[in-house]
Write a new protein. Structure first.
Lengths: 115, 111
């Protein structure tokens, strides 16, 4: 158990709809990273938050947005959903490993299916 | 942009065989992590290597970081069906907190 929680585990919705994915980082961790993993693909970085502020953006579509709340949980909002948005969405929490390394611990993911 | 290339992409072997997975880049990384992911689950961190030339062992798994910190390898001795999964390498840049992931190596070990 990584200590990172994500809900829901599975989500099935129709094209054009909007969904919200939720993530709680490990206790005490201030950073949250969101990733998308399509079938048989590697992990694509979407966005990073640190203590409520956006820190870095990756390949995130304009239809997608995220935020981190004062209690450090984060939500990823996906709107105007398309079939191609069907994927696994992971969040990760950052911890300091042996300096100078940083290690990311991943949640169990949310499987989004757009029909 | 830092890129990590993993090879091979797919590997299917018999139980008891040895294998090596490679992770290569033209960029220098401050550290490199290896993850293992099972279908429908999140990646699980296996090891972090930090120093050029470093070798770490985790039971039958041996991880090596290249001297120039641009490449890494994962060697599995006497593979078992339980080793089946997707192996991902990820390099951390100078800032340390951003990871670049390789495309993954999908390993299947047949009994």
């Amino acid at each position: 158990d990584s200590g990172v929680t994500q809900t829901p585990k599975h989500l099935i919705t129709a094209t054009g709809q909007r969904v919200t994915l939720r993530c709680s980082p490990r206790s005490g961790d201030l950073s949250v990273y969101w990733y998308q993993q399509s079938l048989d693909q590697g992990l694509q970085f979407l966005i990073q938050y640190y203590n409520g502020e956006e820190r870095a953006k990756g390949n995130i579509l304009e239809r997608f947005s995220a935020q981190q709340f004062p209690d450090l949980h984060s939500e990823l909002n996906l709107s105007s959903l398309e079939l191609g948005d069907s994927a696994l969405y992971f969040c990760a929490s950052l911890v300091w490993g042996t300096p100078p390394s940083y290690e990311q611990y991943f949640g169990p993911g949310t499987r989004l299916t757009v029909t | 942009t830092q890129l990590l290339e993993q090879s091979p992409q797919f590997l299917s072997i018999q139980e008891g065989e040895n294998l090596t997975v490679y992770c290569n880049s033209s960029s220098v990384f401050s550290s490199l992590q290896w993850y293992r992911q099972e279908p429908g689950e999140g990646p699980v961190l296996l090891v972090t290597v930090v120093t050029g030339g470093e070798v770490k062992k985790l039971k039958r798994l041996t991880f090596q970081f290249g001297d120039a910190r641009k490449d890494s390898s994962l060697h599995i001795t006497a593979a078992q069906p339980g080793d089946t999964g997707l192996y991902l390498c990820a390099g951390a840049g100078n800032a340390g907190n951003m990871l670049t992931f390789g495309g993954g190596t999908r390993l299947m070990v047949k009994p």
